[in-house]
Design a protein. Structure first.
Lengths: 127, 91
């Protein structure tokens, strides 16, 4: 399984068609977007902060751990840091697998783990 | 152990603050003088001496050393980079 993980400061772009393995029967793409409401308040953006080296390392480690259970062919993750306006993606997870079951399971498990063990924080910008 | 400026790496621990901890303390990092290895309990005690506000946050904060979450019984030593990891909220 190939794993490609990065933190980026600008809008997240999906992988190109050339990045999709020819053995993939399933490609699952998940975007986690900033909603206009945070804890009951209307917001226009969120600021994301990361302990960058550890965040990358943790995401790689988690991806490989999940890959042992839900075997996939390729995983590409982009997490945005800095200010992310409402409606834009804070995270993009793309998974190629032979079949849809492992691809969906991978994404679900990865998103659960990222919200537990990856040092990234969001904050509502001060007015 | 005390807050220290401009110490050689071999005689200090760099401590990084993130998210709500950084906001609460108003600083992103500090250097603590550290001449020999210590327990995480001792590290916490001495860090709280420098930043008493951390006492209220300690129970919700995990420690990472050099980019890895610390396991039970781990030590903190000169040259280490320690990060205080409050509950995360990425994704």
């Amino acid at each position: 399984m190939t794993v490609d993980i990065a933190l980026e400061k600008g809008p997240l772009e999906p992988a190109g068609p050339g990045d999709i393995s020819s053995g993939s029967g399933a490609v699952v793409r998940f975007e986690g977007r900033v909603r206009a409401e945070e804890k009951g308040d209307i917001i226009s953006a969120l600021d994301y902060e990361a302990y960058e080296p550890m965040a990358r390392q943790q995401m790689e480690k988690i991806a490989h751990e999940i890959g042992k259970v839900h075997a996939c062919l390729a995983v590409r993750v982009r997490h945005r840091i800095g200010r992310v306006p409402v409606g834009e993606a804070a995270i993009l997870v793309e998974v190629c697998a032979r079949h849809r079951g492992e691809a969906f399971a991978f994404v679900t498990e990865f998103m659960t783990r990222i919200k537990q063990d990856v040092p990234i924080w969001k904050e509502v910008p001060k007015p | 152990m005390t807050l220290a400026d401009d110490l050689p790496r071999a005689t200090r621990v760099r401590v990084l603050f993130f998210g709500p901890v950084r906001v609460r303390l108003g600083v992103a990092n500090c250097d603590l003088a550290c001449a020999k290895e210590m327990s995480t309990s001792s590290f916490w005690s001495q860090l709280i001496e420098c930043y008493p506000e951390l006492a209220a946050l300690r129970s919700s904060v995990r420690l990472a050393r050099n980019g890895e979450f610390l396991g039970d019984g781990a030590k903190v030593g000169p040259g280490d980079e320690m990060a205080l990891i409050p509950p995360v909220s990425g994704g």
